[in-house]
Design a protein around this ligand. Structure first.
Ligand code: GDP
Length: 192
């Protein structure tokens, strides 16, 4: 994917704050610190389009980024970080669910998982929930550079077996080396 232009459009908590539904959207979801900002920045070839936050859980709104005037990348707030106050956490779920269930231009959800972690109950529930709402998933295994090639491939294989859905594309990815970037773009483009 050639990136000619990438810019932040807006942050939203409520649907009234979303931009108009003119363009196909791709949403990114994952637990805080999984590498979501780094993935989006790598996809769009920008160092700090999404501020890589060293304080996990700081991005508590839905952020919209316009790419090449033709695709909207949507950064959903990270979930599951213990240090986030309960009151904040309680608002997340409806905020994310409202977006995912009402957005007619949403084409696919990129779900991020650290390649070193097993697919947890939370991720399984989320994947089932997305299927129920007919939202295709792309699974991205982040921080692949933290493992050797052999161990990384074993993890990829194991997670693929666990997900057990041939329609779900799964990629290993590294923001450090750029591994997986092109393949992830191709999967995204196939859905839009
Ligand atoms: P977010 O909270 O999901 O947006 O995660 P960030 O993108 O801010 O990354 C969280 C931490 O993981 C940061 O310290 C990043 O530098 C690091 N990180 C993210 N992606 C990678 C990766 O592919 N490889 C390595 N080694 N570290 C990464």
């Amino acid at each position: 994917m050639m990136i000619k232009d990438a810019r932040f459009i807006t942050s939203a908590a409520r649907s009234s704050q979303y931009p108009p539904e003119n363009l196909p959207e791709v949403a990114f979801a994952g637990r805080s610190n999984v590498g979501k900002s780094s993935l989006i920045n790598t996809l769009v070839n920008r160092k700090r389009l999404v501020k890589t936050s060293r304080t996990p859980g700081r991005t508590q709104l839905i952020n919209f980024f316009l790419i090449n005037e033709s695709i909207m990348l949507v950064d959903l707030p990270g979930y599951g970080y213990a240090k986030v106050p309960e009151a904040v956490r309680r608002k997340w779920r409806p905020m994310i669910e409202t977006y995912l269930t009402n957005r007619t231009v949403l084409k696919t959800v990129v779900l991020l998982l650290d390649i070193r972690r097993d697919v947890g109950d939370r991720e399984h529930l989320f994947i089932d929930w997305l299927a129920l709402h007919h939202l295709p998933v792309i699974l991205v295994l982040t921080k692949a550079d933290k493992l050797s090639k052999a161990v990384g491939n074993r993890r990829l294989h194991k997670i693929r077996l666990k997900i057990n859905n041939p329609e779900t594309p799964i990629f290993d990815f590294s923001a450090k080396t750029g591994k997986g970037r092109e393949a992830i773009w191709q999967a995204i483009e196939a859905f839009i």
